[in-house]
Ligand binder design. Structure first.
Ligand SMILES: [Fe+2]
Length: 382
């Protein structure tokens, strides 16, 4: 590690963490002198008891609450515009995203458009859009209800075009939440599949960011500890959930997302086209591709693989034991190991590989990845 160079590290997100912290949300908002809230969530969550309890506590505190739940699993621009219209109609001064990655991404995009003119995609990161995020952002709070994407501590949002379904990334450090209320009790009722798939997304974030190229010893340390927490708690959170296991998974998901500001890698580049073309759950895509991506990298980072194996408390530290662990993990948490189980066939490999090669994540992968490499990775996972 070469520390003899100039660089910048940023860890500015304020996180209130722990069982029951959601009860502190109304007082926190009142202390900030906020009055009119737009709560952004998904259509399923709005029907659950704990969500209604949060809304009731906000209203009982004298706060005006509008609820927006008109969003898709893979959010599109018209979802965001619907939320912006409701925000403006009610002159809301605060946006609270409650849910998984989709709800938090839409909430973040609404926060961006609240006081910024023009089209949402004018702010697309690849077109230099982050430079144009200069206006006011409403007070923005995130409340995760899954332990996976880590979008609660993120600074980007992924919104698709309604017609082409092309995913657009909007990014700005100014889009970070002012505060995160991370309450593991909100994840107690998560069903096993969601716990497993989102948990594998969190594991992939920690593993890939630790292996990503570039200098970031702070992120490296966070990724190792996040990996250790997942090793202790993921299987338990799926098969016999306790509050302790849920708390460790929520912390590990936060840590994975903080760590991946260093970068991700080849696994995420293989996962993204699986969601775009086949609507596969992002966490499930990672769960299937993870061991293949790790095997691809093993020959260039044996020392780092050994550290990951150590963090997971595997008996023999090294890439061999890490790959064996990953090969067995999916079955333990009820997830499939092969793409064919999801209807993906040899005839799909070429298109998947083409899109994976265009994906930006593998630019941070320690080992350069070619389109034929992607074809081999998908074939290995079939
Ligand atoms: Fe991810």
């Amino acid at each position: 590690m070469n520390l003899n160079q100039r660089t910048t590290f940023n860890f500015p997100t304020s996180i209130r963490f722990g069982p029951g912290v959601i009860d502190e949300l109304p007082d926190h908002l009142k202390q900030q002198r906020l009055k009119k809230l737009l709560v952004v969530t998904d259509p399923q969550l709005v029907t659950l008891g704990f969500f209604q309890k949060i809304i009731t506590s906000l209203r009982n505190a004298g706060l005006a609450v509008e609820i927006f739940n008109g969003l898709h699993k893979n959010p599109v621009k018209s979802d965001v515009l619907g939320g912006v219209a409701l925000l403006k109609k009610n002159s809301c001064d605060t946006i609270i995203g409650i849910g998984g990655g989709a709800s938090l991404d839409v909430a973040r995009a609404i926060a961006l458009l609240a006081h910024h003119p023009g089209d949402l995609f004018d702010y697309e990161d690849s077109k230099g859009g982050s430079e144009r995020v200069t206006g006011e952002i409403p007070y923005f709070v995130t409340v995760p209800t899954t332990s996976g994407t880590g979008s609660e501590v993120g600074r980007s949002t992924v919104i698709s075009d309604d017609v082409t379904h092309e995913k657009k990334i909007l990014f700005s450090p100014r889009l970070m939440a002012k505060i995160v209320f991370a309450d593991p009790e909100l994840t107690l009722e998560l069903p096993p599949f969601v716990t497993a798939a989102t948990g594998m997304d969190a594991l992939t974030h920690n593993l890939e960011s630790y292996l990503a190229k570039g200098l970031h010893p702070l992120c490296d340390a966070i990724a190792l500890e996040g990996t250790r927490l997942i090793g202790e708690s993921l299987v338990l959170a799926v098969i016999r959930p306790t509050l302790e296991a849920r708390s460790k998974m929520m912390m590990a998901a936060l840590m994975g997302a903080v760590a991946f500001q260093k970068g991700l890698g080849v696994v995420h580049s293989t996962a993204h086209p699986l969601s775009t073309l086949f609507d596969l759950h992002h966490g499930l895509s990672n769960a299937i591709m993870l061991r293949h991506g790790m095997a691809f990298n093993a020959d260039v980072c044996e020392d780092r693989m050994a550290s990951l194996a150590q963090a997971l408390r595997l008996q023999s530290p090294g890439s061999g034991s890490l790959l064996k662990y990953l090969g067995e993990l999916n079955a333990k948490i009820g997830l499939p190991l092969q793409l064919s189980s999801q209807g993906i066939k040899e005839e799909h490999v070429a298109k998947l590989s083409q899109l994976a090669f265009q994906d930006v994540c593998h630019q941070c992968n320690l080992k350069p990845v070619t389109e034929p490499d992607f074809q081999a990775l998908y074939r290995a996972a079939l």
